[in-house]
Every structure is written in C-alpha cells, then in structure tokens.
Design a binder for this molecule. Sequence first.
Ligand SMILES: [Zn+2]
Ligand SMILES: [Zn+2]
Length: 214
Amino acid sequence: MLKILSFTFSPVQENTYVLYNEQGQCCIIDPGCYFQQEREELKTGIEKTGLTPVMLLNTHCHLDHVFGNKFIYDTWGLQLHFHEKEKPVFDFAPQSGALWQLPFDNYDGPIVYLKEGNIIKIGEEKLEIRFAPGHSPGHIAFYHEAGDFIIGGDVLFNMSIGRTDLPGGDFHTLVNSIQTQFFTLPDDTKVYPGHGPVTTIGFEKMNNPFVKLY
Ligand SMILES: [Zn+2]
Ligand SMILES: [Zn+2]
C-alpha cells in the first residue's frame, strides 16, 4: 500500500502529493511549489523520508498544479506524465501565470501521455488512471485501490466541486465525471483533493451540495 506525504503550496494554496512504497520509491503529483522556500520544503520532505522520486504526474495542467514541474525535472530528471487532452492547458499555463501575476518557467522536457484505464506502477503498487473531465478537458485522477484512496485533483472537494468557468470547463461534464468515476468507488474511499481538506466518497454523496445523492 502506498503512503502519502502532502504539502500545500503557492498563493493559490494547492495540495501537492508524494506517494511512496515500502522501498522508498515515490511519485510526485501536481508539484505546486512556487517560491524557492517551497521547492526546498518539498525536496527536504522527500529526502528526510528517505525517498527516491521515480515519476512525475499531473492530474491536470492549471498553473497552480504545474509550477514545480520544471524544478522536479531539473532536480531528479523525471519526465512529465499527463493526459493528451490537457496539452492546450499545459501550453497556456505560462500566459495564465502572467495574467495571475504569478509568472513561472514552464516544464520543457519530454511529455508522456496517460490514457484512461492505464495502470501506473510504483514498484509493485498500482495507480489506476480515471478520466474525469469537466474542470479541465483532460483531467485525470489516480486511484489506489489497495490504499482506499484517490488523488482527485480539482474534480471533487470537501463540500464543493471544481470550477467550470475556465477554458475547456463544463459543469454537466464535471458532474458526470464525479458520478461515474468517483461515486462508483467504495464509500470509505478517501479523496485527496487539489485544494482543501481530505474527504471521503461516502461523505460527499451525503453532504456535497452540488452532487449529493441522498
Ligand atoms: Zn484546476
Ligand atoms: Zn487547482
């Protein structure tokens, strides 16, 4: 079962996750570290836990989730993985940074595209790719069945959902993604979101004002 280190970075308060196995191999998901001090915090956290980064993943490519991609590549040489439909969002991220007064250098290494249903392996541990567009066109989530959790990005939050007013966003598509890709998981599955506190599928089914079922 994979364990999780979590960080909250940047003025946007984005959650960055490091998942690691018993051998200390880890993947870094959505490194949102913006300031030098935040990059140090991530690196120190990884080193103090004795981890070796082996993979770099993005749930989607809004600026707050990609700030640190270049740092990860420069530090550990990891290639970036995301869904092909997210490429226009990735390309736009630096302009978006300028608009938000958060300029940054975009990742410029090789890109590996992930597809829905793909299984990623960290050693022997598996992450299933779930395609969940609506907040952004190529948004994916990473489901770890053995650990009963999903790294959900900006799809489903504690008592909220991702915004749908950004380019490529669509409310009905997002609700459909939540219903088919998230609410089909066991109720005790923990959801580690891109913003805010951890929640569970069962709690959101009961209480989420946008998508509750009961
Ligand atoms: Zn987003
Ligand atoms: Zn976000």
